[in-house]
Design a protein around this ligand. Sequence first.
Ligand code: DP6
Length: 319
Amino acid sequence: MSVATAVAHPNIALVKYWGKADAALNLPATGSLSMTLDVYPTTTTVRVDPDATADTLRLNGSERDEQATGRVTRFLDVVRELAGSTHRAHVDSVNTVPSAAGLASSASGFAALAGAAAAAYGLDLDARALSRLARRGSGSASRSIIPGFAVWHAGTDEESFAEPLPAPDLAMVIAVVDSGHKPVSSREGMRRTVLTSPFYPAWVTSTAETLTAAVTACREGDVDRLGRITETNALRMHAVIQASDPPLRYLTATSHEIFDRVERLRADGVGAWATADAGPNVVVLCRAADAETVRAALAGLVELVVAHPGPGMRVVERA
Ligand code: DP6
């Protein structure tokens, strides 16, 4: 019996992934750019069990049903095919993201699962191969393999991995907005957008151009340009989503209030730019030196967490 444990952190995209070119291989329609965080780690242990007849999943201490385990089993099937194994596994995952926050737990979750499963099944994969593997579980997980800033490339199965990108000294202030209603998952929201949003083709072409500009801004350390790109890209993503049918809207009044406060901060001369994923939380990008100023300006509305660039996925134990 072989066991391995891995830790991974969530990431927040500055240029978003929203739409697939291939759902089976989980290939994105466009590339994306993100920062892996130093908060909210997920720790996952995979134990390969030659005697087990089915995979099991324990999440934050409670055993999950067959449906929840299905996505993990489908992912483990990819690992088993690579490893030439038919053995089932027990997966035990502890996620420190507060459940109301709904912060990209699939990114840290599948990055940690990819690392632990690869090690437990005896695969020796480099960062590129691990990123491609994590992508099969969840697209954004490909980026959580990488520390700090990462670009995840669109392309074929072989070409679609994330790799590190040099970046200036940045931080993110996470505003944890609890919408109170059950969100539509990224996967379902994306599918709905691709199938029904008339703006989707424009989103794809503009995001490809945006990514090139963002990579250049990042490499050149042009924080103002990168910030502007980040906020514009987030609003474009929410615009293409909001044009879907049936209607789909992730941002709430509180989310908009935070975007307003960030705009006022900029008017006061502080470099701060807002983004939001498929939920009501808003994440504010700023220079590391401005993180406290930004946090103070947002105080009083919702819980705030300051995050910095964090580590990539690490295998912390194997036996
Ligand atoms: C809005 O990676 O969760 O956070 O590949 O279907 O698992 P799947 O989707 P997922 O989508 C993330 C969407 C996003 C934007 C981003 O992180 O780039």
